[in-house]
Design a protein around this ligand. Sequence first.
Ligand code: HEM
Length: 110
Amino acid sequence: MDPKLYHLIHVAAALLVFLGLGGMLTGQGGKAYAVLHGIGLLAMLVAGIGFAHKSGLGWPNWMIAKIGVWLLIGAMPVLVKRGVIGALGAVVLAIGLGATAVWLAYYKPF
Ligand code: HEM
C-alpha cells in the first residue's frame, strides 16, 4: 500500500478519535462515540506504524513518545468515568495531547 495512503488514514483516524472523545463527553449517543474512539485509535496506530515502516522511518524516539500520547488518549474515557478528571479537564488534556502528537510528527525533536 502507498505510504501516502497510510498517512491519510492516520490523520483521518485521528479525527475519528477526537470526534469520538468529544461525543462521549456530551454523555449522549450511547456507545456510538465509544466505538468511533476505539476504531479511530486502532486505525491510527496501525496506519502510523504502517507509514513509518513503508517510508523507512523505523522506530524513532518521537514515535515512541507518540505511542505514549496514544495510550493516554485511549485511557481518557476511563479517567473521566472514574472521576480522575472532569469534563473540562478532559477537553484541555485532549487538546494538549493532540497538539503534542502533531508537534512530535512535525518537529521530530528527538
Ligand atoms: C493522538 C495521537 C496522534 C495524533 C493526533 C497524530 C497526528 C498526526 C498528524 C496530524 C500527522 C501528520 C503530520 C504531517 O502533516 O505530516 C502525523 C504523522 C505521523 N504520525 Fe501521528 N498522531 C498520533 C499518534 C501516532 C502514533 C501512535 C504513531 C505511531 C506509532 C504515529 C506515527 C506517525 C508517523 C510515522 C507520522 C508521519 C511523520 C512524517 O510524515 O514523517 N502517530 N500524526
